[in-house]
Design a protein around this ligand. Sequence first.
Ligand SMILES: [Zn+2]
Length: 99
Amino acid sequence: MAIVKKREIEQLAQLSGEELERFLDRLPGTRTQFDRLFDYLEMKLEDEPCNHTSRFTMQFIMQNMMNFGKVSGWLSQNGGYCDCKIMEEIAPLWWEKFS
Ligand SMILES: [Zn+2]
């Protein structure tokens, strides 16, 4: 049986206080950058369907001079293997917590 490591993003709902601060410290970007990333992806995917790569994510990372390796690593660890997966697996949990 495969060992399924619980994704960090799934624990987000339960975090508060210091734990939430630690989560945000470990993020490979600021909270605002991630807010804007998810908004950007939502807007882009409305115009063009996902081609199951992270092309729009990549554009955003470049434009915002974020660390590509760290950001894409964090996203894929949390199930965001392409732009639409990021919107399915990560953005809803993020928005539930922060909006
Ligand atoms: Zn996709």
